[in-house]
Structures are given as C-alpha cells and as structure tokens.
Design a protein around this ligand. Sequence first.
Ligand SMILES: NC(=O)c1ccc[n+]([C@@H]2O[C@H](COP(=O)([O-])OP(=O)(O)OC[C@H]3O[C@@H](n4cnc5c(N)ncnc54)[C@H](OP(=O)(O)O)[C@@H]3O)[C@@H](O)[C@H]2O)c1
Length: 247
Amino acid sequence: MPRSVLITGASSGIGEALAREYATRGWRIALVARRQAMLDTLATELRSLGAPEVITAELDLLDTAAIAPCLERASAALGGLDLVIANAGVANSFAAGQGKIAEMQQMIGVNLTGACATIDAAVADFRRRAHAGQVVGITSMARYRGLPRLGIYSATKAGLHRYLQATRMEHASAGIRVTELAPGYIDTPMNRDIPNRPFVVGAARAARDMADLIERGVDQATVPRWPWTLMGRVMQVLPAAIVSRLT
Ligand SMILES: NC(=O)c1ccc[n+]([C@@H]2O[C@H](COP(=O)([O-])OP(=O)(O)OC[C@H]3O[C@@H](n4cnc5c(N)ncnc54)[C@H](OP(=O)(O)O)[C@@H]3O)[C@@H](O)[C@H]2O)c1
C-alpha cells in the first residue's frame, strides 16, 4: 500500500507545496488547515497529480482538544499514518512593549502548543499501532537566535526545536524518527510583504528538498542547506549589534 502523510498548514505556502510534492511521489495524503474550501480545491488537483487517496480535515490548531481526534480520524481513514508534518505556523512582527498579548498568544498557540500537540498525537498514533513512523516539525532560522521584532516567533521556534530534540530521544527505541527542518526564506504568503528576502527560493523547490531530507530520515537540517546551515552557526555567535543591523 502507498505510504501516507498528514500535513498541517496545507492550505498555503510550504504545506501546499509539500502536498503537491507527495502527490507526485504517489503518497496518500491528509490535508489539514482551517480554510476547508482551499483544501478541497487542492485535493482535486492532487488526485490529478497522481495521489491515490486524498482526504481533508478542517482544524483550528488553537482548538487544542480537537487536534488528537483529528489525527486519529485521519489515521483511521487512511489505514494508518506513516508521516506527520507539523508545518502550520504564523509570524507576526512587532517589538516588545506594545501590549500585543493577543498576537503573542496566537503565535504561541499555533507555532508551539499546536505543533507540539500535533507531534504528541502523531507519536501516540504510531505507538498505538506499534508503527515506526516519522514526525517532522517545521521550525525556522529564527530558532537559532532571538531576532528583533520577531521575539515571540523566535521563542516559539526555539521551543519547538527543544521539544523535537527531546521527543527524538524518548521514542528512538520504538523506531520513531523525529525530523526538524528549519527553512530560510521560502517564497510564500507569509513573507511576500518583506522587501528584502536574502537567498529566497520557491516553495516547490523547498518542498522537494524537504521531502528528500525527510526520506533520508535526518534529525535536523536547514532548507535549503546552503547557505543556511552556515548561517545557523554564525547567527549564534554574531554580536548583537551586527544582528540588529542585518535584520
Ligand atoms: N516561508 C518562509 O520563508 C518560512 C521560513 C521559516 C519558517 N517557516 C515556517 O514554515 C511553516 C509554513 O509557513 P508558510 O510560509 O507556508 O506560511 P503560510 O503560507 O502563511 O501558511 C501558513 C499555514 O498555517 C496554517 N495556519 C495558520 N494558523 C492556523 C491555525 N490557527 N490552525 C490551523 N492552521 C493554521 C494556514 O492555514 P489556514 O489559514 O487555512 O488555517 C496555512 O496553511 C510555518 O511554520 C512557518 O513558521 C516559513
């Protein structure tokens, strides 16, 4: 039977591109996001690209109680999940001191609690089925360094990085693989209003790289690897004055 993947944030950007990539690779696919109409349109396209089975699920990751039941239903419908990609995310840019608590809560809720709950549900599903599945968390270059006006975003991605690190050790003996992918600038609606996006690449190319890295079962990688692997190291040691100037 072809392998199956569940992708959160599949209605746009990287998630949508990953769904197309897995369709052309012949996987069975569960598309998850809030905008059901966009998932339905994408599902029709994916079937024409060669996906043997596509299902959709409307889910708001801020509704944490709905996350595990959503994954359980998708797993049952597809006869078990092999791969779960916790991709959904939001990025609001603002400096501290403006009382933007609702924006903070939204980012923490989607990028951290929502992603961790997705990963938790995936691991529970794999363990219930005694299946050596794989779970992927999409972090960011911002997980390497707290960036000005992206403080909460950076914090959610650093937090997700640590959660993935711990989960990898907890379930390695069961054969469950945990992969972290940290994108640089990928051309998606999330960042189209940013005038300067160094080394930006298209979402289709990024999705191809990501699917290859996932297939290889890497623990963690930047996307694309060049120049972001080097940048990740440099970002951790650059003096704050230089980081401020560059960002
Ligand atoms: N693009 C980049 O350069 C870049 C760089 C580093 C990291 N990333 C990360 O890559 C991931 C994907 O980003 P993207 O660039 O593809 O962004 P995007 O085009 O804005 O897509 C974000 C996705 O997240 C979903 N989402 C947002 N809030 C949600 C909620 N409350 N519940 C469920 N789903 C929700 C959206 O679906 P609905 O609105 O339909 O719910 C959408 O499908 C994110 O985790 C982001 O942080 C992106």
